[in-house]
Design a protein around this ligand. Structure first.
Ligand code: MRU
Length: 370
């Protein structure tokens, strides 16, 4: 990913100090670019919970590195006490955000790898470090492949239309939400590289405005033509033929193809279905939850603090400020995610290709899950 012409990932081990993990702090973006040092598993848990970093893939990678930090701080006197500490740290990390399944997946993968490959705490630290790096590298590579599969769909639309392809996206499923490339954005970047003219409608994505603040910033860095729109604009644009496709990310996808994503995604999918606009969801396999089918009934939906709805953040007089939008006494509800039923999804763009949003479609791509 590109920040002011320089290549960055969103999370990495600090050069010269391998007891510290560095991240891009997403809170002051797009107005300030800040790199934060995290030196303990508690600091990592706080960074996930308070959304210094966010996005399904990045939360997974952060959990992987959080387990490495836990391995460094764990008692080294016996393997049993070392593992007990790691289990407690894993539970703490898992409790930070409930909806993105990547978090649980990364903690469980670390615990499995360490238990099966290490016999001493020192070996455990090394396995935790290798596994955290592998999770991060895999996330970046899977997103790159998602870009290739998704770009093909954009090219096909361009071949038929012969003009700029208009893509609508919701929230931020860009490189900031992963380790690199992103999911919803990866096909856009790849299409741009292949010379396909695109334009992106960016939903602002209340309440935290990840679209207006983060996706728009990424698209500026990548030089992709885009327009930020208020969340309620998509339906109108679709009715007037101004959207050729929708691509969103996902925080959890069930084995039957139901998609949990940022609140408001479901409404975009309904509008897309009503207007015959293809609605795609891009995700790595670490976002698939094979244990459940009915997303509406079974995916836990995070409810966040009401201050995200009541306040809005922006630049004023050269400083990032928060201002109150509502009467102070009005209560607010803040459901973080909603579930889009599989029937509204044209295809799931994964690292292995594009699957139909159904159990059969996913099993075709992931036969080892049969
Ligand atoms: O609350 P957030 O910012 O963690 O929301 C999650 C998301 O980033 C979105 O739902 C995104 O579209 C999918 S995660 C790549």
């Amino acid at each position: 990913m590109n920040v002011g012409g320089e290549h960055y990932r969103t999370i990495w081990l600090k050069p010269g100090d391998d007891r510290v993990v560095q991240i891009i702090d997403q809170r002051p973006l797009p107005h300030e670019f800040v790199i934060e040092d995290l030196a303990s598993s508690d600091a990592m848990a706080r960074a996930i919970k308070e959304m210094h970093l966010r996005g399904a893939g990045l939360i997974g990678a952060a959990a992987g590195w959080g387990m490495y930090l836990a391995a460094l701080e764990a008692p080294q006197s016996s393997f049993e006490t070392f593992m007990a500490y790691l289990h407690a740290a894993g539970d703490k990390l898992k409790q930070t955000r409930p909806t993105a399944v990547n978090l649980e997946w990364a903690v469980d993968r670390q615990q499995r790898e360490i238990a099966s490959r290490a016999q001493t705490p020192a070996e455990g630290v090394q396995v935790a470090r290798d596994t955290a790096q592998a999770i991060a590298d895999e996330d970046a590579e899977f997103c790159r492949r998602i870009g290739e599969h998704g770009a093909r769909i954009i090219e096909e639309i361009y071949e038929k239309k012969g003009e700029t392809v208009n893509i609508l996206t919701h929230c931020n499923a860009g490189w900031l939400a992963f380790v690199d490339y992103g999911t919803a954005t990866a096909p856009m970047y790849e299409a741009q590289k292949r010379g396909v003219p695109i334009h992106v409608w960016v939903d602002e994505t209340r309440p935290r405005n990840q679209g207006a603040r983060l996706t728009a910033w990424e698209l500026v860095q990548q030089g992709v033509p885009h327009t930020v729109i208020a969340d309620n604009t998509g339906g109108h644009l679709m009715q007037h033929g101004l959207v050729d496709m929708v691509i969103t990310g996902a925080d959890r996808v069930t084995r039957c193809g139901d998609v949990a994503n940022k609140i408001g995604t479901y409404l975009k999918a309904l509008a897309a279905a009503d207007n015959g606009v293809p609605f795609y969801v891009a995700l790595p396999s670490s976002t698939l939850d094979w244990t459940i089918c009915d997303g509406v009934a079974e995916i836990p939906i995070e409810q966040r603090g009401e201050e995200e709805v009541k306040f809005i953040q922006g630049l004023h007089g050269g400083e990032v400020k928060r201002v109150l939008l509502t009467p102070p006494e009005s209560p607010a509800a803040n459901y973080g995610f909603d579930v889009t039923p599989a029937r509204l999804v044209r295809g799931l763009i994964t690292e292995r290709g594009v699957a139909a949003a159904s159990e059969a479609g996913l099993l075709d791509l992931y036969p080892e899950r049969r």
